[in-house]
Design a protein around this ligand. Sequence first.
Ligand code: SAM
Length: 182
Amino acid sequence: MKNRELIVFRLGHRLPRDERITTHVCLVARAFGASSIYYSGQKDHSLEKSVRGVVDNWGGKFSIEHEKSPLKLLRGLKKDGFSIVHLTVYGMPIEEKRGILARLEKAVLIVGGEKVPPEIYELANYNIAVGSQPHSEVAALAIALDRIMEGKELEREFDSNFKGKIHLEPSEKEKKIKRKEG
Ligand code: SAM
């Protein structure tokens, strides 16, 4: 789907506890097809700096913004035609919603932190479980993006869109790192 727009929302970032996991949520979002991430909870300059550094080196158009009022932003995005997909262990199995997810043109994927407020469940068009066992926001997001993208995010052609200062050439045995001059 050419004009697809996928946004990720990470709720309730806590310092220092979530530093690594929220960074990984951002990296997965960017690598697997989202164009931006919002996060709520504590503002984290170091997180923003490291994500922007990855974008600067590895390319693509990906932004990160802190958001103080998640519900307000999400309601606005829903009004603008985004489907709200909340990833939660309590939701419906993702394999039962695969067809619907793959057809979404504009979607916000929400991953939680400590406690997700009930309003998020109500606002969501889809509450989706990636298996009905608790695991991680990183794993849930990766699999959900993979289902929405129908695996295209793992193809060589998708990677060629990033056009970064650094890119890797797939290799059976070597580390082939290419750097743009200048
Ligand atoms: N209670 C834990 C804590 O205090 O850190 C965090 C809960 S869980 C690890 C955080 C998020 O991971 C959830 O809000 C949800 O978005 C995602 N998650 C975990 N397991 C999931 C599953 N089976 N399906 C979908 N999402 C899941």
